[in-house]
Structures are given as C-alpha cells and as structure tokens.
Design a protein. Sequence first.
Length: 406
Amino acid sequence: MKKLILMVLCIGVISCKKDHKSVENEIVKLPIETFRAELKINDELSLPFNFKVKDSTHVTVFNAEEVIEVDEITYENDSVYIKLPVFEGVISAKIEDKILNGYFTIPEKNRKMPFMAKVNNTRFDVTDKPNFNIEGIWETTFSPNTEDAYIAKGIFKQNGNKVTGTFRTTTGDYRFLEGVINANKLQLSTFDGAHAFMFTGTVKDSTINGKFYSGNHWEEPFVTKLNPNFELPEPDTLTYLKEGYETLAFTFPDETGKMISLTDDRFKDKVVVVQIMGTWCPNCLDESRYLAEFYKNNNDDLEIVGLAFEYVKTNDKAFKNIKRLRDRLQITYPILLAQTGTSSKQKANEKLPMLNHVLSYPTTIVLGKDGKVKKIHTGFNGPATGEKFTTFKTEFEALINSLKEE
C-alpha cells in the first residue's frame, strides 16, 4: 500500500513538473492592439510613441506622417524581441496582460533605455485647451550662449491640441515630430529605431523656451521665436574643396574586398554622385531611399557610390549593416566601407582631405563627366521638411540631367 501511494505521489510530482515546464515554455505573442510605448528619459520624463501590432510578426511604428514597417520580430517564452528596420536598435520586453516591460538598446553604443507599452492609441495626453497656436516658422538656437550653439528652423502645423512638424538644421532635420500643446506647454517626440528625440517647451507670446532630449544620454536647451522670414544658410555653401583641388580621390573596399576608386572604368565619362553616409544615420536613410529609387530609373550615364562611415568596431559588422541597408532599400549602387570604430566627422575628413571639412552625414558630392566636382550638398532635408524636400529633388534632378548633356 505504501508503495502504491508513493508511486501516485511521484506521478503527481512528475505531472506537475511537466505542466510547469509547459507553462514556462509557452510562447506569449503580441496582442493585435495599438500601443503607446514610453521610453524613460529620466525619473520625471518619458518619451512616447505609438505602434500597431498587425500580426505576431509585423508591427507598424507611427511618427506623424511617417509609417515604419517592422518585420524582424522573434519570441522566447513570454518575451518579444523587436529589431527596428535598417538600424541597430532592439526592443526586448516581457509580455504580460497586454503590458510590455523591458528595454530599448543600441548594443554597439552601449545605450539602454527602460521601455514600457500599454494599449492606447494616443501619443500624449490632452489635458488643457491650447493657449497658443504655434503654426508657422520659428527661428531657433540650440545650446544658446555657448560655444556649441547652432541654429535651426522650426516648421510646425497645429490642429487643436495636436502639433506636427520638425526642426531643420544646417546639416539635416529632426525628422517627423508629433505632439501636443496643453495650455502653454509643448511636447513633441519621434522614434525611428536609431534616435529617440523629445522636445519640451513653454510657449509665451511668440517665443518658446525648451529642452531637447536625445534618448537618456543627451539634453540641451533651446530658444525659438516666431519669424516667418527666417532662412538657414544654403546647404551648398558649407562644404567645399580646398584651394588647388578640382576633384575627389579615394580607394575603399566593397563587400567582396575589392578596392574601388573614382579612377575605375565604371566611373569614366559619367556623372558621379558620391554619398558620404552611415547606416546608423536617419537622414542618410532618407537620402538613400531617394537615391536608390532615382538611380533605378536614371542610371544611364550616371553612377552613385556610397562611402559608409560606421561606428561598429569590425569590418564584418559594418558590412552586415551595409548589406541590411541595401537589401531593405533595394540599393543597386555600391556602398564602400570608408571607416569603422567611429562616426567622427574629423576622422572622416582625414579620409577625404581635399574637403574643407565633413560637417554632416550625409554630404553629397556631384561630379561631372570631366571628373570635376560641380556641387557639394551638406545634409539632407528629408520628407519631414515638406516643401524643402520637394525643392531639393527638383534641383538635384535638374542638375544631374544638365550634367548628362555636357
């Protein structure tokens, strides 16, 4: 009898262990919902963004008019791992009762932000009627009264409490910003997998005093005033060839290890566009998307070559990131590896010493069929800048077509 009871108990324990193990190994997947995610900047402030789960392996991230399709999603027990397209950033979170808790990390930069998401289709809470309408052009200075000060152009639209727009700088833009104004308090954010930007400010008459946060590792003040006539310096005047130079010269490897130079036969008697870029750079992504489509439809007498300056520490990782970018955007022009271990513009300039400086990623250099530099464009005004993006495309395409006819 004792043996029988012992056998029954053992079977029960084994059965419990099996049940417990099956629960532990159960795969919990994302529910089909719209979420408000929050990345913790500090003890008092979180950066929100929205994403929608289309199915267990497809998520859409929203920033104003920007829609980012995410399809690299894996699961392990009750945890989900969401790798954002092109960029290195990964969200890892535990799923429990339609609540996600975890972290957003950029491994190679050793950056980590606490992440939380709940079912909610709003980005910021609306708590008060807006006291001001900030729609218009704003003359802006970041880090005012310091040696690090730089200017920008705020471009905003407002509908009730909702505010959308961006800040353009001399080297690019802060992409698609979305937020609200409650009474006199402005909040804007964007998240794309490479950068997490948050802007907060207090509006008073025709001025805004605020702070800009980049993740949880950087913050700086900004001041801005309404000025419909404000313009930034022309991006074609900021970077130029040093005296005595008429062209570029470089030799960098492609993914096969082959060394590519501007003197190669493929570039002779053709218009050439050289793109100084990095796979980690959102403005470079915007430009690469445009150039890939343009090249696909206009590659007669035209070559484009990208020079990638990568912060990852090894060539192998850098070429994997380059391949990921090319595959994602269907880029058919070569992207060469110019640098690893840093995205320093000073180091980039050492690789291209004929330039007065490399001020921005991206920087785009156009050469005519004679091999001489015809134009150097600093930065890139992406889709978030609206009219400026349209103007850039019109002027760029006109220049390329005119150079082809020479």
